[in-house]
Design a protein around this ligand. Sequence first.
Ligand code: EPZ
Length: 417
Amino acid sequence: MDKLAIQGGARLSGEVRISGAKNAALPILCAGLLSADTLHLENLPKLKDISTSLTLLGHLGMQVSLDDQGGVALQAAHLDKLEAPYELVKTMRASILVLGPILARYGEARVSLPGGCAIGSRPVDLHIKGLQAMGAEINIEHGYIHAKASRLKGARIFMDTVTVTGTENLMMAATLADGTTFLENAAREPEVVDLANCLIAMGARIEGAGSDVIVIEGVDKLHGATHKIMPDRIETGTYLVAAAITQGQIRVLNTRADIIESVLDKLREAGAHIDVGNDWISLEMRTRPKAVNLKTAPYPAFPTDMQAQFMALNCIAEGVGTVTETIFENRFMHVQEMQRLGADISVEGNTALVRGVDKLEGAVVMATDLRASASLVLAALVAEGESIIERIYHIDRGYECIEEKFAQLGASIRRVK
Ligand code: EPZ
């Protein structure tokens, strides 16, 4: 199994290009199921999760044609299966995002329950409750969600907890419902807005995406469109923290500053000098970073997907920082691995207290989930000597060409068997 070997010590410098957003591309690929016409997507990231998603869509009967410009043409003129099998869903929870579109267009869908995950139990009860509110009959049989509805109906749905894919699934389902749907306490993430923009380009009637109340007026059918996937704000944040932790100076290209303001604020608090342009962000860290306190929460608050990376920053910062995780109940798996690198972290409930140390030391560590693995790469970039990160298949799920991009910035990093 592939590993990453990283020799710490280099100050990162230069430019790096950001890829399309994984968490926007995954629901947008499923939006292709809502129309018989062709949906053209541009800026699709080359990631394991994207190829898993394309395999699932192909399995359902969608025509998928990739081009060599990072684009794809999707056409679901006719689906010959309405089932997302356990074998595919178990490798990627976001497969649940086919449920709403298939049910809305075909009146029936059978989707494997995603099951548990390293970072938390992650139930999908709010997805199911929302579809039931739209009139769907849903049974859980043999580990599968079996949903039926002659035609979904508009409904007022209040979601007890802010859920990103829950909002996306219900928004897609509501586009073809009979009547108007109000999604209340909806997720405001930029990826939800990017999906809404793609659906609107396909002829959907959606208002309020980006706010906590989204209104969708159902239509009889959607048509084809062309949509460019937004830049990945978590990949952007990860490279900016990498520059800060190595006291480097980089420019991140093909991105947007307006979608990661909470992250930029925390980097400024840590002492970084940040400049922004239309589609670039530059960061320079001239001194040892200062420790910051942070608490994750739904957008526009600080993203849980950046929590582990900032914990790595606090590990070598001046002072003591607290990191509180409020979204997922088991998202501190990286703590034990960082302690193997010499970090001083103690955990009490959902808060980690990180005392900055003068130096970390290279060691063999294990990746446990996507963002935890990114945080270990950052810690290894400043550790003395060599670190080996095992199980990096987690990284390939969400970071395109990670070792090439870091090497481009001057890091000593290579993939080993
Ligand atoms: C999305 O996951 C992202 N994944 C996650 O990114 C991200 O961490 C998360 O949103 C939060 O920002 C994709 O977009 C593909 P949620 P999602 O539903 O939608 C509870 C990464 O690293 N909940 O917003 O699955 C749930 O348990 C990944 O790229 C219910 O209780 O997350 C959690 O505590 C990891 N019932 C909270 O809501 C439900 O039906 C938020 O989860 C749904 C969710």
